[in-house]
Design a protein around this ligand. Structure first.
Ligand code: HEM
Ligand SMILES: *[C@@H]1O[C@H](CO)[C@@H](O)[C@H](O)[C@H]1NC(C)=O
Ligand SMILES: CC(=O)N[C@H]1CO[C@H](CO)[C@@H](O)[C@@H]1O
Length: 602
């Protein structure tokens, strides 16, 4: 274990600062004594020193506030309403957010604040300007029209770097452009419509489900689908599948695995260890970002990313080494021709093959690889988990979707790209799921220069956004706004993407629906994800005619708190526990059983 944990580094910095401050104070006292012959009694000296620091902070806060108002006024704008807490520096809100991160529903606290202050406000914890918005007009500015003025920024990068490094999610400027142009060719239409691979993994996946159901047990769909997407993503990108589906499935927390020969639950199984580490590391960096300046205090005794990152690196390094070795062999045997540009790839080249042509920097190679694994696994797996949850909750939607599958594709045929494109209801079900539970529910940028945003209330002046401000935004909250989506915004109803509501709400304002983000940093895997999700859903519905959800099989810490049931909206309706790391997932998994489709009716 490293001795210098992030917490100890932070505390030593604070101590060093206090040390310097006391030294400066003592020196001034001595100088006063020597030159002005003023002898300050010790009590006075201590009191003055103790008051000076908070005094300086207060002056700074007041001065900043004054300057902000003046700059805003100069631009004919107003500062965003402040979310006022009752403790100094809004530390009560920080506490609330920390608690909610562990035990709350996404956005707890922010919904109430938005109700009081409107859809854009300054969270202002520890006097830091944090302009939070759920307005499509603002999100459009951030992501698209004024893209260059909103970066991920140094703060975010520092907090995330233990896992994301300099990968695509965590880079700005040239490094981001490099990743983006290197990756893009792998998402062309040709590449993402090769369904052989999905089909192979889908067969394994569905027979695993059937096997477990036949022995009378439920399956954690989220765990299982996470293995499917990990296997698919690694095979697609690196040409080598990690075979996490082959590692066997977990049983519910309260079940002793029935056969001693079944090794699936032992964490000695590497694939399972890998998944656990993957989630732990994400959890750690997500809380760092969330708890802003105070996170080092939570990591005094240990760096929470260290252990899981060791496991991940042990897994990724051999894959990279193999690709590098392959490349070196080609070089030695003179098979390497003219160097290609980032945009040009060969027919059978994997992303990693391509990447080792462009750089041999081991850090860039590792970060690029891990970032894409994160992008490709959890997002699709969680979205599919939410879809299956909704299909179990709304049997009429299930029946209608299954009818579409049987009408368009049939009971046994392998779906093609054209089939998928024509399945409007399937697309609507996926869209409606991502509207209510977008897997990236909260996101954040940092402003470079000061800017003004249109006021949500047109009778008021625009909102002033200071330079260097944190700019978090929530698509989850935007996706549920009744003024944007209609009075039934909290209802799960795929038809809203097909009937008159589409023209009323979404068509005139496409930025009210942003599950994949927008602008130059829009999700690269969007089409890949739609294809993958559609393919697997079609295969599932060919094989199963209904899903039943067993919330009681989640470990007790993921039981829904009693008080949620009285809440308005989805919080009061849903029976899974949405949790967030970088992306959102169902805490404790999604335990389901399914009825096998009767072949004679097909
Ligand atoms: C339902 C599935 C998915 C959803 C909802 C989703 C959503 C998103 C969102 C919201 C972002 C923006 C993150 C940010 O800028 O802060 C993003 C970025 C990205 N996604 Fe996806 N994603 C999905 C699947 C995938 C898949 C399957 C892949 C690849 C195999 C992928 C690759 C990427 C990449 C490379 C980026 C980084 C883009 C950049 O920063 O330039 N995504 N995704
Ligand atoms: C689903 O949403 C996408 C935007 O991400 C849109 O292009 C598409 O038309 C929608 N389709 C349906 C059927 O809802
Ligand atoms: C594992 C399994 O039984 N898969 C079946 C799912 O349904 C399709 C279509 O009927 C079959 O081809 C698969 O064999």
């Amino acid at each position: 274990m490293a001795i210098l944990t992030p917490g100890l580094v932070y505390i030593s910095r604070i101590l060093a600062f206090l040390g310097l401050f006391s030294y400066a104070a003592a020196t001034s006292r001595r100088l006063l004594e020597q030159h002005a012959s003023i002898v300050a009694p010790t009590w006075l000296f201590v009191t003055v020193s103790a008051v000076i620091l908070p005094g300086l902070i207060t002056c700074r806060v007041l001065y900043k506030d004054w300057k902000l108002r003046r700059e805003a006024a100069r631009l004919g704008a107003r500062i965003a309403p402040k979310w006022r807490g009752s403790w100094v520096g809004n530390l009560d809100h920080l506490r609330l957010m920390m608690q909610n991160f562990w035990t709350g529903y996404p956005g707890d606290g922010l919904w109430e604040a938005a109700e009081e202050l409107g859809p854009v406000f300054n969270i202002n914890i520890l006097w830091e300007d944090t302009v939070f918005t759920t307005c499509p007009e603002h999100i459009q500015i951030i992501l698209a029209t004024d893209f260059n003025n909103y970066v991920k920024g140094e703060n975010f990068q520092k907090n995330m770097s233990a896992m994301l490094g300099v990968g695509v999610f965590n880079a700005d400027g040239d490094m981001w452009k490099f990743h983006r142009s290197m990756t893009r060719p792998f998402f062309t239409r040709d590449r993402i419509t090769h369904f052989d691979m999905f089909d192979r993994h889908a067969e394994t996946f569905i027979s695993l489900m059937k096997g477990r159901f036949r022995s009378g047990y439920a399956v954690d769909f989220q765990d299982l689908i996470g293995r499917f997407t990990l296997d698919s993503a690694t095979e697609f990108l690196f040409g080598s599948c990690v075979h996490s589906l082959a590692a066997g499935l977990p049983y519910p927390y309260n079940i002793v695995p029935p056969f001693s020969s079944d090794t699936s639950m032992t964490t000695a199984n590497f694939s399972n260890t890998f998944l656990e580490a993957f989630l732990k590391a994400q959890d750690a960096i997500a809380s760092r970002e969330r708890f802003a300046m105070v996170w080092p205090f939570l990591e005094i005794w240990q760096d929470k990313t260290e252990e899981p990152m060791k496991v991940l690196n042990a897994f990724i390094q051999p894959i990279i080494n193999e690709a590098v070795a392959k490349r070196n062999n080609m070089k030695k045997s003179g098979l390497v021709g003219v160097e290609k540009k980032a945009e040009e790839v060969e027919e059978d080249e994997t992303m990693l093959d391509h990447l080792v042509k462009l750089t041999d920097d081991p850090v860039v190679l590792k970060d690029a690889t891990l970032n894409i694994m994160i992008a490709g696994r959890d997002t699709t797996a969680a979205t599919l988990t939410f879809v299956i949850y909704f299909l179990s909750m709304y049997p009429d939607v299930m029946d209608r979707l299954r009818k579409e599958v049987l009408d368009k594709v049939g009971a046994g045929k392998r779906p093609t790209y054209d089939d998928i494109r024509e399945m409007k209801y399937l697309r609507a079900v996926i869209n409606e799921t991502m509207r209510l539970y977008p897997v990236v529910p909260f996101n954040i940028r940092q402003s470079v220069h000061a800017a003004t945003w249109p006021s949500p209330d047109p009778s008021l002046p625009p909102i002033y956004v200071p330079a260097g401000a944190k700019v978090p935004y929530s698509v989850l909250m935007m996706h549920r706004r009744k003024d944007l989506w209609g009075p039934d915004a909290e209802v799960f109803d795929p038809d809203r993407f097909l009937d008159h509501r589409l023209k009323t709400y979404l068509t005139p304002k496409p930025f009210i629906f942003l599950p994949f983000n927008a602008g130059p940093r829009i999700c690269l895997g969007q089409q890949f994800a739609y294809n993958e999700m559609s393919f697997i859903l079609i295969r599932l519905l060919q094989n199963f005619s209904s899903f039943t959800h067993y919330p009681e099989l989640r470990a007790p810490e993921f039981s829904i708190p009693e008080e949620w049931k009285a809440a308005r909206g989805r919080k009061g309706m849903d029976s899974f526990f949405p949790k967030m790391t970088i992306t959102m997932y169902s805490g404790g998994g999604l335990w389901i059983k399914a009825r096998e489709a009767e072949t004679e009716t097909l």
